[in-house]
Design a binder for this molecule. Structure first.
Ligand SMILES: NC(=O)c1ccc[n+]([C@@H]2O[C@H](COP(=O)([O-])OP(=O)(O)OC[C@H]3O[C@@H](n4cnc5c(N)ncnc54)[C@H](O)[C@@H]3O)[C@@H](O)[C@H]2O)c1
Ligand SMILES: [Fe+2]
Length: 401
C-alpha cells in the first residue's frame, strides 16, 4: 500500500475518532441474575411498552428457554407476538419477515432471545420500524439510522458477540452472499438481560467458538489505534475472564459461575469494541461467513493467531502489555517475546477447545481473490488496525487457512 493511501486511511480514522467523542454513547440498562429473563415483563410498564415482538429461533422455543418469560407475560395479561425464524447469519429476508409480524400485531417493543444472530436481526427489525423507507441494504455502514428505536431488550443465549451492548448488527444479503455491518448508536439496546442459565444448554463447540469471538473483540479493540483508557480496561478484564473460564465452560457446561463469568466477559468485550472497533480478523470472518456460512466464532478463532502474528512488530507493544496484564508473560519479557507468548497462549487455548487451525478445505482457492477484496473493502479505511494491509496480505492469510 502506498504512503499516500496509508496517510488517507489514518486521517479518516483520526477524524472518526474525534467525531465519535460527540456521539450519544450510552450503555444498556442491565438486568442480571439467574432467571432474570422472567423479570422482563414486570419492567414493561415503567418503559411505557405493552406489546412485545419476541424474536428468537425455533430451537430456543423447543428447549423451553422462553417458558418462564411466557408464563410471566400470562400472569400480567401481556399479549405478545413471536417471530422464531432467525437462522445463523441472519438475512435481509428474515428482518422483513419479523418486521411484518411486528407491524401486523401492532407491537411496540422487541425482546430478542438468542445468540448474536437473533439480537442483530431484532435490532434491524426495530430500525426498519422507524425507517420504513430505507431498505436494510441502505443501512449498511455508519450512522444511517439516526433515529430513536422502539425499546429493545437484548437477551443473549451465547456468551460471545456482546451484541446486547454494541452499536452493531451484522446482516447478510443472501442473494449476493454479502455479509455486512450496520453501525449506529441507535442500535444499542435499551436493556441487556444477562441470565447465565440461558447459556447452560450451549453445546461445547458453540461455547468454545462463541467465547473465542469475545476474545477476538477484546484483543482487536485493545491493539487498535482508537482505544481509550475505558475500552482498554474493559478489554483487559474480558481477556482475563476468558482465559480463566472458557475452557471450564467447555469441559463443564453446568458450571454456572463459569457461565456467568463468560457472559460478563462477552459484555465487557462488547463495550470495548463498540467504541474501539474490531480489525482484520473480523473483516475476514465476515467474508467467510457471507460466502460459506462459516460460523462467526469459529472463523475468528482460526484466524486470530494468524492475523496477530502477521501484524508483526506493529502489534508487539500492545500484545505484550495485554500478555503482562493477564499474567501470560513476565514483566521483564521483551515486547516481541511477550507478544509471541500471548499468540501461543491463544493457539494453546484453541487446541484445548478442539478448534482446528484451518477450515479443512472449506475455502475454495478460486474464491480467495474475491474474499480478500470483500475483507479489504470492509476494513479499509474504517478499522484502526495496528498495520494497514492491502488485498495481497488478505490473500496470504486466506491461503494459510
Ligand atoms: N452485533 C454485534 O455487535 C456482533 C458482534 C459479533 C458478531 N456478531 C454476529 O453475531 C452472529 C453470531 O452470533 P453467535 O456467535 O452468538 O451465534 P448465533 O446466534 O449465530 O447462534 C449459533 C447457533 O447457536 C445456537 N444457540 C444459541 N444459543 C444457544 C443455547 N443457549 N443453547 C443451544 N444452542 C444455542 C443457535 O440456535 C444457532 O444454531 C454472526 O452473524 C456475527 O457476525 C454481531
Ligand atoms: Fe465478532
Amino acid at each position: 500500500m502506498n504512503i499516500f493511501t496509508k496517510f488517507g486511511y489514518r486521517f479518516y480514522q483520526k477524524t472518526l475518532y474525534v467525531a465519535a467523542m460527540f456521539l450519544h454513547w450510552r450503555e444498556p440498562h442491565v438486568l442480571h441474575g439467574y432467571g432474570s429473563l422472567a423479570d422482563v415483563p414486570s419492567s414493561f410498564s415503567a418503559r411505557g411498552v405493552s406489546k412485545p415482538l419476541v424474536v428468537c429461533d425455533k430451537a430456543t422455543i423447543q428447549r423451553g428457554a422462553l417458558e418462564a418469560f411466557f408464563a410471566a407475560c400470562a400472569r400480567k395479561n401481556i399479549k405478545y407476538a413471536v417471530y422464531d425464524g432467525v437462522l445463523p447469519n441472519p438475512t435481509v429476508e428474515q428482518v422483513e419477515s419479523g418486521l411484518r409480524i411486528y407491524l401486523d400485531n401492532a407491537c411496540d417493543c422487541v425482546v430478542a432471545v438468542g445468540g448474536g444472530s437473533v439480537i442483530d436481526c431484532a435490532k434491524i427489525i426495530a430500525a426498519r420500524v422507524v425507517r420504513p423507507k430505507k431498505s436494510v441494504n441502505q443501512m449498511r455502514g455508519l450512522l444511517k439510522i439516526c433515529k430513536k428505536l422502539p425499546v429493545i431488550y437484548a437477551v443473549p443465549t451465547t456468551a460471545g458477540t456482546g451484541s446486547e451492548c454494541t452499536l452493531a448488527a451484522v446482516i447478510t444479503d443472501a442473494d449476493k452472499h454479502d455479509k455486512y455491518a450496520v453501525n449506529d448508536t441507535a442500535l444499542i439496546p435499551a436493556v441487556a438481560v444477562i441470565d447465565p442459565t440461558l447459556t447452560e444448554s450451549l453445546p461445547p463447540m458453540l461455547t468454545a467458538t462463541t467465547g473465542m469471538d469475545a476474545l477476538t473483540h477484546a484483543v482487536e479493540s485493545y491493539i487498535g489505534k482508537e482505544n481509550t483508557s475505558y475500552t482498554k480496561r474493559k478489554a483487559v478484564q474480558a481477556v482475563q475472564l476468558i482465559f480463566d473460564n472458557l475452557a471450564e465452560c467447555v469441559r463443564n457446561g453446568h458450571n454456572l459461575d463459569a457461565r456467568a463469568a463468560m457472559q460478563r466477559a462477552a459484555y465487557l468485550a462488547g463495550l470495548a469494541f463498540t467504541r474501539a472497533y474490531v480489525g482484520y480478523v473480523h473483516a475476514l470472518a465476515h467474508a467467510l461467513g457471507g460466502k460459506y456460512g462459516i460460523a462467526h466464532g469459529l472463523a475468528n478463532a482460526v484466524l486470530l493467531p494468524k492475523v496477530l502474528r502477521r501484524y508483526g512488530s506493529s502489534a508487539w507493544r500492545k500484545l505484550a502489555s495485554l500478555a503482562k496484564a493477564v499474567g501470560i508473560a513476565d514483566k521483564t519479557d521483551a515486547a516481541s517475546v511477550a507478544a509471541e507468548k500471548f499468540i501461543c497462549a491463544i493457539e494453546q487455548l484453541n487446541r484445548e477447545l478442539n478448534i482446528p487451525d484451518n477450515f479443512g478445505g472449506q475455502v475454495d482457492a478460486q474464491d480467495i481473490s474475491e474474499l480478500a477484496l470483500h475483507a479489504c473493502k470492509e476494513a479499509n479505511p474504517l478499522y484502526p488496525v495496528p498495520q494497514l494491509w492491502d488485498k495481497a496480505v488478505f490473500e496470504e492469510i486466506l491461503t494459510q487457512v
